[in-house]
Design a protein around this ligand. Sequence first.
Ligand code: HEC
Ligand code: HEC
Length: 356
Amino acid sequence: MQNILHALPYRFGNMAIGMAMLIVFLLSSCKKEDADEQQEYKVFLPANFPAPTYDLSQNPVTKQGFELGRKLFYDPILSRDSSIACADCHISFSAFSHPDHATSHGIEGLFGRRNALPVQNLIWQSSYFWDGGVGQMDFIPLNAITNPVEMDEDPVRVVAKLNRHPQYPGLFKAAFDGQDTVTGPQMLLALSQFMAMLVSADSRYDHYVRNEPGGTLNALEINGLEVFQQKCASCHATDLFTDQRYRNNGILSDFSLDQGRSEVSTLPEDVGKFRVPSLRNVAVTGPYMHNGKFKTLESVLEHYASGVKDSPTLDPLLKQNGQLGVPLTSGEKQALIAFLQTLTDEDFIKDIRFQQ
Ligand code: HEC
Ligand code: HEC
């Protein structure tokens, strides 16, 4: 297994490799001798969401596995010099995004190119990262650990550090197969158990669409929802608020710094296309866009109304009848902001189970 972890490329765009790796993972981590001692945790599957893409039956969430995953998420031991934890760039009160950072900085203060995405509702996603460079949730941590400007560490060394640690071997033993050695796949599965529980679907908007108590929207918010459905929902679609596709929304016309999806697909028609992000908790996840270009929701709406830049891959929805952008009156902007604020899920961002 160590050799396989060693050989992993920096990016995992290739689904075939992903699937083969997954099979190896499952074969090496399915023995559950202590299963009866483990307390199973139910992952919240909201009625207004589609079926999850992640197969929870292959990595059932237990109390022990979830708590272990949380400990790892908050532990800088995963980085080369033990200075950076996942949670330094993914902070609970901002839906696990990185507030005030246009692009994240990691080890030794080095800056990356991209804005940290929130960590929420991962089990419904079909791919991860702004360019979809990771196709399977379990592999996400490898990318962060090996990224030279994030944690800059070798996963094999991380596993060795965990094995030398006074607590981790016992915690892994309780969460997984009852054996004395911590393995790489177990580390990834524990982090996945923690991240699988990060479901955000209790905003005021959710209570409204599910007709639950407290689910009222005022006239301005309902007006905003209507504007949203007309002008935004073709891309920010479904109650996940993303169609999970890659599109160019015109924030730039020169993509030489970051080509987006084409860095994974290698197709010229994908230059400048980025994953349509979910807008859940969007009021607390700024700065916005893959490069953190906008600090406020007002400036995002200004962009759609009057800042869209033309380029060969600009989405046709943002260039209708030769007009760039989406026309928005000041009343519509105000209503849209009010609506977007109903997507904040206070229960999620304040949930103490997800904090250190
Ligand atoms: C130095 C800051 C930093 C650290 C440390 C970091 N991340 Fe991230 N994370 C990012 C950035 C930036 C992105 C977006 C990367 C991209 O799109 O290329 C991201 C993306 C993600 C995503 C993708 C979310 C989505 O919707 O696609 C997940 C999940 C995630 N990180 C989890 C983790 C975990 C787990 C760890 C620890 C093992 C970690 N991150 C460590 C900055 C960081
Ligand atoms: C043609 C598809 C499309 C339409 C229409 C569209 N968006 Fe977007 N939106 C995107 C894409 C793609 C991104 C990410 C672009 C990037 O980072 O390069 C994005 C990003 C955003 C972000 C930033 C989210 C974050 O976490 O960084 C917000 C907010 C947003 N859109 C709101 C809206 C609103 C409000 C409307 C309607 C007025 C709208 N969008 C219409 C495709 C679209």
